[in-house]
Design a protein around this ligand. Structure first.
Ligand SMILES: NC(=O)c1ccc[n+]([C@@H]2O[C@H](COP(=O)([O-])OP(=O)(O)OC[C@H]3O[C@@H](n4cnc5c(N)ncnc54)[C@H](O)[C@@H]3O)[C@@H](O)[C@H]2O)c1
Length: 356
């Protein structure tokens, strides 16, 4: 039985990863999180030991260290990762994504333990195309992101929107620093909008605050409120189905020779859509899933980023992953198209939360 550590095991990605790894019967997992709700079905599984604790660099790592020394891999998922919090709570965001977590890198380097870290495609920040005087996106060099070449372009420090991306970027740089000075084995994963069942929460039902866009649009559909398009909804995202993403993580775990000391974009190039396009598609699918035609005309309204998120909001304009490294080294590419990803995900939300 291979021993793994998963920090943030109770979140959206963690819950899907735990389902997959426990089903394989090959792993014993030591998991840390503050909440166990999304993996409650595994509570009695002898191959999962759950440590219900807030991870903090000053206190928790002493307790984690003996497990690190012994683990096949340490998978780090714990983070604040909702855009609303980057702007409203930048101190907490930077703590969560760097200060509370950097000691993990020190310890993995000390024990030469393999650190698999979920970073984010947000580390790329804005694209070059957003700064050149043209509206057309015909030249892929201006918007496609290659792990080891593309510059990371952040907005001004006064705009808290970048608190998350810069903390994640520093975390990556600290991993690279320990790799070259101390031989830390690592894999950095840059997820591109992984969507699926159990993502985030519906405010007022099983959580409070402003979730990521999928749950924001679902809340509007479930509660009969307008879907709000931030700054016109022109920003592009590439939506990737969570099962495909978990395939990639599993391939990395099973093929360390090809996945160690690499950064991987994990995203579905074919799943690209603007936020406006996403809202329209979700209305259509809500009607299809529930059989209620009224969803086709569900209200959509515009709102500014500063009003929706708070002062200091700006957006990444477009993210298209170059996935040639994942294809050649892992044999991975996304299999599930955008419509199917949303259909499965939304059907799960409707089933879990119902309407009215
Ligand atoms: N889902 C995506 O599309 C996406 C995109 C980009 C990056 N990521 C990255 O992937 C990782 C997992 O994302 P997710 O979507 O599962 O997020 P999530 O919010 O669903 O899960 C994160 C989990 O970490 C836990 N956590 C956070 N800080 C903690 C702490 N200090 N101590 C203990 N537990 C803590 C939370 O309770 C939560 O269960 C994150 O690092 C995130 O930045 C995800």
């Amino acid at each position: 039985m291979k021993k793994l550590i998963i920090l943030g095991c109770g979140g959206f990605v963690g819950s899907h990863l735990i389902d997959r790894l426990l089903a394989s019967g090959e792993y014993h997992i030591e998991g840390w999180d503050i909440s166990f709700d999304k993996i409650a079905q595994h509570r009695e599984n002898p191959n999962l030991s759950f440590h219900q604790r807030y991870i903090n660099a000053d206190t928790t790592f002493e307790e984690i260290e003996p497990y690190i020394a012994d683990a096949e891999a340490v998978i780090s998922l714990a983070a604040i990762c909702t855009p609303a919090q980057y702007v409203s709570s930048p101190v907490k965001t930077i703590h969560s994504n760097f200060i509370d977590a950097y000691a993990l890198i020190d310890l993995c380097a000390k024990h030469k333990s393999w650190l698999m870290h979920t970073s984010t495609c947000e580390v790329y920040g804005r694209t070059l195309s957003s700064y050149v005087p043209t509206d057309d996106y015909d030249d892929p060099d201006l918007y496609e992101q290659r792990e080891d070449e593309t510059p990371l372009i952040m907005g001004p420090s006064k705009n808290h929107r970048w608190s998350y991306a810069t903390a994640k970027q520093l975390f990556e740089r600290y991993i690279f620093a320990h790799n070259s000075e101390n031989g830390l084995p690592f894999t950095i994963i840059r997820p591109y909008n992984w969507f699926g069942p159990r993502m985030d929460f519906i405010p007022g039902r099983d959580g409070e605050g402003v979730p990521r866009v999928l749950a924001c649009f679902m809340t509007a559909l479930l509660d009969g409120k307008p879907m709000q398009l931030v700054d016109g909804g022109d920003a592009y995202r590439t939506i990737t189905y969570i099962d495909d993403a978990i395939d990639a993580l599993q391939k990395m775990l099973e093929g360390p020779k090809n996945s160690r000391d690499q950064v991987f974009n994990i995203g579905n190039r074919g799943g690209e859509v603007t936020m406006k396009g996403l809202a329209h598609l979700m209305r259509e699918l809500a009607a299809e899933i529930t059989g209620k035609e009224s969803f086709l005309s569900h209200p959509i309204e515009d709102i500014t980023g500063n009003k929706f998120y708070g002062e200091g909001y700006e957006d990444c304009d477009r993210r298209v992953p170059d996935i040639s490294k994942a294809e050649s080294l892992l044999g991975w590419r996304a299999k599930t198209n955008l419509r199917e990803t949303l259909r499965i995900t939304m059907a799960d939300y409707f089933e879990r939360y119902g309407r009215d």
